[in-house]
Design a protein. Structure first.
Length: 144
């Protein structure tokens, strides 16, 4: 129901993002999706990878602040209004979308990664509305 997202705090300095990506490359870790947000002092890199635990360990070994977070991976049909419909379910249940980013797959569907307040409740709600959620195994099978 949940997948692991690798989150990395990086200083807003030239070359730091490349260094993170180099560590993952050296470990043979494939990046499936990513989101990068920044403030004036640091950036927050969120990644879906082929091996989030190994990525976290490798990055920590190199001095990066890295953590794993449970997120939902939601399949979306290419259909006008589908994302709005899903978000309507979430909002009407009193849940909040903390962040979201896109995920493309080999099967041609659109998908999203999202962190929703009270993730367990969100997962049950979405499944009850017949919204397909990817498992960690699905991510490896479909996206790698």
């Amino acid at each position: 129901m949940f997948i692991k997202q690798l989150s990395v705090f990086i200083e807003n300095q030239e070359g730091r993002l490349e260094q993170v990506l180099e560590v993952l490359k050296q470990e043979g870790i494939n990046i499936i999706s990513l989101s990068l947000a920044d403030t004036s002092e640091y950036g927050l890199l969120r990644l879906i990878t082929s091996d989030p635990a190994a990525g976290q360990a490798a990055l920590k070994k190199q001095g990066f602040s890295a953590m794993l977070t449970d997120v939902l991976a939601v399949r979306l049909a290419h259909q006008v209004g589908r994302l709005q419909e899903i978000l309507s379910f979430v909002c009407k249940a009193g849940l909040n979308v903390e962040y979201m980013y896109a995920l493309s797959n080999k099967e041609g569907d659109a998908s999203i990664i999202c962190k929703i307040s009270n993730g367990d409740e969100a997962a049950v709600l979405l499944k009850s509305k017949e919204v397909e959620l990817f498992s960690q195994e699905d991510i490896l099978r479909i996206f790698c």
